[in-house]
Design a protein around this ligand. Structure first.
Ligand SMILES: Nc1nc2c([nH]c(=O)n2[C@@H]2O[C@H](COP(=O)(O)OP(=O)(O)OP(=O)(O)O)[C@@H](O)[C@H]2O)c(=O)[nH]1
Length: 132
């Protein structure tokens, strides 16, 4: 099975991380994720993330450092999630496709009902944020 490459943004403000909840009609409905989406054939991971964040929330962003990856087999598909630290440049967050969003502290990571592919990425992020 060929892995589907998906970008995921880690946006941090006042030491809190932005996460979004997938919509009712979505696959993985109700699960929380780092916003992003599938990389299209003509774009880089960075271009993809900037496009997705504008489409999904109406915000302009700048992609910073690469955090890491998670490869997860959902059975019907293999997801290759790529996490990038991302800076919010402008625009208010307006939900276009998600049912909810929130800013969470690293202490709350373990209480979130994450999309399964995110769990490995969350582990890496937690390590990075608590080791500093
Ligand atoms: N954006 C995003 N997708 C994730 C995460 N974790 C995870 O398993 N996924 C999965 O990765 C795939 C990407 O989904 P998406 O729906 O956000 O991407 P997209 O906007 O390009 O999709 P579409 O073109 O089907 O609407 C989905 O199968 C989704 O369930 C995550 O943290 N962020």
């Amino acid at each position: 099975m060929k892995a589907i490459k998906v970008t995921a943004a880690i946006i941090i403000k006042n030491e809190k991380v932005f996460i979004a909840q997938r919509s009712k009609n979505d696959e993985l409905s109700g699960k929380w994720e780092f916003p992003g989406g599938k990389i299209e054939s003509n774009e880089t991971a960075q271009e993809c993330l900037e496009r997705e964040l504008f489409e999904e929330f109406g915000i302009r962003t700048k992609i910073l450092d690469y955090l890491g990856e998670s490869i997860f087999d959902y059975g019907n598909k293999l997801i290759h999630l790529l996490g990038y630290f991302t800076e919010h440049l402008s625009g208010d967050y307006i939900l276009q496709v998600h049912q909810n969003c929130k800013w969470i502290d690293v202490n709350e990571f373990d209480d979130i009902d994450w999309a399964p592919a995110d769990i490995e990425l969350v582990k890496q992020l937690k390590k990075k944020l608590t080791d500093q």
